[in-house]
Design a protein around this ligand. Structure first.
Ligand code: PGA
Length: 270
């Protein structure tokens, strides 16, 4: 069994450092009894450093929500991998559907970011996923495979150990800007199981069986306390990337507790 990873993606929802610190502190204290699940939050850039100070002695980790693929230079509005490391990040989320689909980030750009993050030892949560239209057109496999092959271009077997894949079907992400005019709903366990198996099979085929076995593939898209158990019980689902439900300890911690309950056979984290 693989260790569950539960990540909280705060997007642009927590606006002040003060609020971010309070939320992080509450989450950190409500997961004190969590021993087997890896947990991170991804606060907005302005509060990363302060949040890290607040949670430094806890098991909670932090992630950047994106980064540029060049380390330093005249790139207005971007953040460097070196700044994420300086703030104390352990992970970076790359390829999320919001930068992809709202701001036009391409697989090629994401690939450069993946390589840069790996070069500096940051763990990468690489998001992939199809839109509602692509699914209706029968393109689910094609879209996810091309996102995987183009975003992982040039990544070695060894480097893949630092990557976690997040399958986030765009139609399930609770975001009306991404999904105008469609009813947003989480993937059913059947839909999620089949997509995760497809992704794992792709990794097995491209990188070999052992890597396909241990790589973690987490699910994102309207995951909450009410559907977490049925999703996390699926063999190929190794955690969750949680947006809306990660914004308060009341909605986030129960998901982590469920993952902990399902982790009896896993060694405690040190
Ligand atoms: P959601 O977001 O849980 O609010 O649907 C998930 C994500 O975008 O990572």
């Amino acid at each position: 069994m693989r260790r569950f990873l539960i990540g909280g993606n705060w997007k642009m929802q927590v606006l002040t450092v003060d609020d971010a610190e309070k939320k992080a502190q509450t989450i950190a204290s409500t997961i004190e009894n969590i021993k087997r699940v890896e947990v991170f939050i991804a606060p907005p850039f302005n509060s990363l450093f302060n949040v890290k100070q607040i949670i430094a002695k806890t098991k909670l980790r932090i992630a950047g929500q994106n980064m540029h693929y060049i380390e330093q230079g005249a790139f207005t509005g971007q953040i460097s991998v070196l700044s994420l490391l300086d703030a104390g990040c352990n992970y970076v989320i790359l390829g999320h559907s919001e930068p992809r689909r709202i701001f036009g980030e391409s697989n090629q750009t994401i690939n450069l970011k993946v390589l840069k993050a790996l070069q500096h030892g940051l763990k990468v949560v690489l998001c992939i996923g199809e839109t509602a239209k692509e699914r209706e057109e029968g393109l689910t496999r094609e879209i996810n495979s091309s996102q995987l092959s183009e975003c992982l271009f040039g990544v070695s077997d060894e480097e893949l150990k630092k990557i976690i894949i997040a399958y986030e079907p765009v139609w399930a992400i609770n975001n009306p800007y991404l999904n105008p005019g469609i009813e947003i709903k989480p993937a059913t366990p059947t839909q999620a199981a089949s997509a995760h198996k497809m992704i794992r099979d792709w990794i097995r085929k491209e990188f070999g069986n052992p890597i396909g076995e241990w790589i973690r593939i987490i699910y994102g898209g309207s995951m909450s306390q009410s559907n977490a158990r049925e999703l996390l019980e699926i063999t190929d689902i190794d955690g969750g990337l949680i947006g809306g439900a990660s914004l308060t300890a009341e909605s986030f911690t129960p998901i982590i507790q469920i993952a902990e309950e399902l982790s009896k056979d896993i060694e405690e984290l040190r």
